[in-house]
Design a protein around this ligand. Structure first.
Ligand code: IPM
Ligand code: MG
Length: 385
């Protein structure tokens, strides 16, 4: 089997953490005898600056969509750069991938791997294990917005939260299915703000209606403000959560902190059965760029999720087991940036995977197997076996 993936390292610490995730992927390929074919895209802040800068330069070229059609999945490092207006690159790249590929699920597991990483008093690994299913193509992110009389004292700014029956229904159905697969407490929590955002009634109704297809799943609906409170007070009461795009963005950052920080939290932007995109949920952290300080575990976990999505469940479980083992035994004692070099963490995970796989631990080598590099119009094509 050859896994075809597109890699977009992006900005700030993105390329560094992506490199470690690819190191882990190479290790898995070597151990499990499958190969990857990769397109490495140069897009992001530097590429845009080099081709004309904000407003003129290339953010994502139109040709990328045809390249993506040939792929199994996409891996993204991080996007965002202080030289650009907030949101310009984020929407031009992350948003464009989510919307154009119709990646309607943003799947974000929140799991504690070691008690000492959790800032909550008295909570252990058994208390924090939930799965957030964030809607990923609608809400305030749909881009229906504008300014009137911009830069005058009478300025008006609007941004609409939109929800379609189709969009709400498909993500809710996905969440029920995931809840069934998890076999945890068979409880799905809908998180909305139906008491203030009256349009959220569409979520409440659809949640109840789709729920009839899943009689085994207990339905639990709560407002987002209450959710943030319960996440801190009783995180063990959660199993699977389904929520709007904006609330999902917010509560998964809270969740990331509960599991130890942004250095560990990963996400999948998914359209079941289609080319999907996997990324750490952290940003580009420009101040750590190129310093080998960023923690790549979130990116490595995202690679695990990618493997799961392409049907490599065993290998995905191996990645998670390695990360969990290194954290619970405190061989990686901290998730803070700078606590341990980025490449060292990648090496440790790769070595742990070898050990778990029954191979003798040995000094990690850079790249496994045969490698060819072909420069194709500003991007690199890499084949590894
Ligand atoms: C995320 C990020 C993005 C989002 C930003 C970069 C637009 O915070 O993936 O959670 O809000 O979706
Ligand atoms: Mg976010």
């Amino acid at each position: 089997m050859t896994l075809k993936i597109g890699v977009l390292g992006g900005d700030g610490i993105g390329p560094e953490v992506a490199r470690e995730a690819l190191k882990v992927l190479d290790t898995i390929c070597e151990l499990r005898s499958f190969s990857t074919e990769r397109i490495e895209w140069p897009y992001g802040a530097d590429h845009c600056m080099a081709t004309g800068g904000p407003g003129k330069g290339v953010v994502l070229p139109a040709t990328i969509w045809n390249e993506i059609k040939e792929l199994d999945a996409i891996f993204l490092g991080a996007i965002g750069d202080p030289r650009f207006e907030a949101g310009y690159l984020e929407f031009g790249i992350v948003g464009a991938l989510r919307f154009t590929l119709d990646l309607y699920v943003n799947l974000r597991p929140i799991k504690l791997y070691s008690e000492d990483l959790c800032p909550l008093k008295g909570k252990g690994v058994k208390d924090l294990d939930l799965l957030v299913v964030r809607e990923n193509t609608e809400d305030a992110y749909a881009g229906i917005m504008g300014h009137l009389k911009k830069n005058t004292p009478d300025e008006v700014a609007i941004q609409e939260m939109i929800y379609t029956r189709k969009g709400v229904e498909r993500v809710i159905r996905y969440a029920y299915q995931k809840c069934m697969e998890r076999k945890k407490n068979f409880k799905l929590s809908l998180v909305d703000k139906a008491n203030a955002i009256r349009a959220h009634d569409i979520w409440r109704r659809t949640f109840a209606e789709v729920g009839r297809e899943f009689p085994k799943v207990q339905q639990d609906a709560m407002y987002v403000d209450a959710c943030t409170m319960w996440l801190v007070k009783n995180p063990e009461s959660f199993d699977t959560v389904v929520t709007t795009n904006l609330f999902g963005d917010i509560i998964t950052d809270l969740g990331a902190m509960l599991q130890g920080g942004l250095g560990i939290a990963a996400g999948g932007n998914i359209h079941p059965g289609k080319v999907s995109m996997f990324e750490p949920i952290h940003g580009s952290a420009p101040k750590y760029k190129g310093q080998n300080k960023a923690n790549p575990l979130a990116a490595i976990n995202a690679m695990g999720m990618l493997l799961d999505h392409v049907g490599r469940q065993e290998e995905a479980a191996l990645v998670e087991k390695a990360v969990a083992g290194l954290l619970s035994t405190r061989r990686i004692p901290s998730l803070q940036a700078g606590a341990m070099p980025c490449d060292r963490i990648g090496d440790l995970v790769a070595a742990e995977i070898r050990t778990l796989d029954g191979d003798k631990p040995r000094k990690p080598k850079p790249a496994a197997g045969k490698r060819t590099l072909i420069a194709v119009g500003g991007r690199k094509k890499t084949a590894r076996r």
